[in-house]
Design a protein around this ligand. Structure first.
Ligand SMILES: [Ca+2]
Ligand SMILES: [Ca+2]
Ligand SMILES: [Ca+2]
Ligand SMILES: [Ca+2]
Length: 299
């Protein structure tokens, strides 16, 4: 009955009227035990998640006008999203994409969105302002991909020239691993009729205020149950450099989430009974000022 309830709730929220501030809503469960999660690009540590929380093309949107949902052998995905309580206090996600054409052509990380990639747009406090105008201090557009060019990072924050802003794409604040199968797959060299599978797995801290120079002036979001987080996932699907990006499947039916999450989706945090906050390991919250976090909670 519990599973049915979740499915019903998902369906009910997904058809919510466009008069709502945001374009779509999803639920994300609490990670039962963060200590058991291994960020390695494999999903064998996600067996706990109720399949009703899985996001796939049937519960996603495509905003560039391509036929949707696509043929399974053209593009398919499954996406899991979850959160953990303090002291671990992080956003977790895993995605597996099956694609008949690995499209990786740009080398400049600022342009990763032109290729097969995943964009993660975070508005932790659901404030919905234009965060291009605040230079990503009030919301952040992250981009990740597999197989970066030699010497390039696989994680980025778009639309801000100062690379100091990339501090939150690095450990311990952002842990990311990808896989590619077959591991020697290369763009434009794929045998006809074959497909590649690539995965993204991340745990990351999220920030209600993201200073451009580092964590000291930033304010970390503290996860808890029943929160509404502005959070949009947008995959980019490219097959060849001439046509460029052909699909942008994601959790919002409209364009513009890249600069304002009122054009994006909300994720509502659902508590998992008996969950632990993990040992924390002194990593992810180490650089935070606990005084600042406590004052934030007290607000
Ligand atoms: Ca894993
Ligand atoms: Ca494809
Ligand atoms: Ca915000
Ligand atoms: Ca592709």
């Amino acid at each position: 009955m519990k599973k049915l309830g979740i499915i019903f709730a998902l369906g009910a929220v997904l058809v919510a009227s466009s008069a709502d501030a945001h374009q779509a809503s999803y639920f994300m469960p609490q990670v039962p035990n963060p200590d058991n999660m291994v960020i390695d690009g494999n999903d064998d540590d996600w067996g706990w998640i109720d399949p009703a929380f899985a996001i796939n093309p049937d519960s996603m949107f495509e905003i560039l006008g391509s036929e949707w949902p696509p043929a399974k052998d053209d593009w398919d995905c499954i996406l899991y999203v979850a959160w953990s309580s303090s002291p671990d206090n992080q956003l977790y996600y895993f995605a597996r994409v099956t694609d008949d054409s690995l499209g990786l052509f740009v080398e400049n990380p600022q342009e990763y969105w032109k290729d097969d990639s995943l964009e993660i747009i975070v508005d932790a406090d659901h404030s919905s302002e234009n965060f291009n105008e605040t230079e990503m201090t009030s919301g952040q557009q992250y981009g990740i991909r597999v197989l970066p060019a030699a010497g390039q990072k696989d994680t980025w924050i778009f639309n801000v020239p100062q690379e100091s802003i990339l501090w939150s794409t690095e450990e311990p604040f952002f842990v990311y691993e990808w896989t590619l199968d077959p591991p020697d797959a290369k763009p434009l060299e794929q045998p006809a009729g074959s497909s590649v599978t690539y995965t993204y797995e991340v745990k990351q801290a999220i920030w209600t205020f993201h200073d451009k120079t580092g964590p000291d002036g930033s304010q970390r979001h503290m996860f808890g149950p029943d929160q509404i987080i502005g959070l949009t996932f947008q995959f980019d699907e490219t097959e060849n450099p001439e046509l460029g990006r052909e699909k942008q499947p994601g959790t919002t039916p409209v364009n513009g989430a890249f600069q304002d999450n009122s054009n994006g989706s909300d994720f509502i945090s659902v508590e998992t009974e008996g969950a632990t906050g993990g040992s924390g390991g002194g990593t992810a919250v180490e650089a935070d000022s606990w005084g600042r976090i406590k004052s934030y909670i007290a607000q």
